[in-house]
Ligand binder design. Structure first.
Ligand SMILES: N[C@@H](CCC(=O)N[C@@H](CS)C(=O)NCC(=O)O)C(=O)O
Length: 242
């Protein structure tokens, strides 16, 4: 059984889609990053970087409990555990890993910064231009790649597609015109047609609603205040029982 300690953000949803795809028994443990639950000592034991997602596998590689952070690594782990969505053929496997790393290294950080500056910091035009332009360039890379093959790694659906899709749900917010990215759109529609992706999207909305309700009386934190976050982390570490 897999426990997913998370919030249904794009990085959280990558793991949810994979769990739904492989059909393993799993449960969502809510970690509300909007109210600072990522700094709780029990969560820091799973993810010392105070982020979601993290997993606990009650039957890890040696049969015992195994915990993991970093959504890309978690996808590789679940692919190897289930024998699905990471081809065994060497070329196809490395193609999958290239596009998985492309998501983790470029799509996630750049789209994340674009969203941040578009939504939170209205007066920084330089940062907005930088991250919006870079995001549009990355959508062009995706569209070019998907003009050559149905899925990101080639002819097979893999963890590279699973990792990339949740980040692309907001393409309209980043000004991506559907008619200018036809290959990307065709892939996006193929993703949305998958039953596991549909289940994820419904589940993500339900979990979000229930987490908002549970946090109604808790003070929100500003997760973008990096100085406050450094202090929260230091405080959590110093009050942890030895
Ligand atoms: N590289 C990490 C990124 C994780 C990440 O940035 N998680 C965000 C939500 S999507 C988070 O937990 N933010 C809370 C915080 O910064 O305190 C991964 O892929 O797992």
């Amino acid at each position: 059984m897999i426990e997913l300690h998370s919030t249904p953000t794009p990085n959280g949803q990558k793991v949810m889609i994979m769990l739904e795809e492989i059909g393993i028994e799993w449960k969502h443990i809510d970690v509300n990053i909007g109210v600072g639950e990522q700094f709780q000592p029990q969560h820091l034991k799973l993810n010392p970087n105070n982020k979601i997602p993290a997993i606990v596998d009650t039957e890890g590689p040696d049969g015992g409990l195994y915990t993991m952070m970093e959504s890309g690594a978690i996808l590789v782990y679940l692919a190897e555990k289930s024998g699905r969505f990471l081809p065994m053929d060497a070329r196809k496997r490395y193609d999958s890993l290239q596009w998985l790393f492309f998501q983790v290294a470029h799509i996630g950080p750049m789209f994340g910064q674009a969203n941040h500056f578009n939504q939170q910091v209205r007066d920084n035009q330089y940062a907005k231009d930088r991250y919006n332009n870079e995001s549009a360039r990355l959508y062009r890379v995706l569209d070019n790649r998907l003009s050559e093959c149905k899925w990101l790694a080639g002819d097979e659906y893999t963890i590279a597609d699973i990792a990339t899709y949740p980040w692309c749900k907001g393409h309209a917010d980043l000004g991506i015109e559907e008619s200018s990215f036809p290959n990307f759109m065709c892939w996006f529609e193929s993703m949305e047609a998958r039953p596991a992706v549909k289940r994820n999207n419904e589940l993500a909305a339900a979990i979000r609603a229930h987490m908002e309700k549970a946090a109604k009386d808790k003070p929100a934190i500003n997760i973008y205040d990096t100085k406050d976050n450094a202090e929260r982390l230091a405080r959590a570490k110093s009050t942890e029982p030895r």
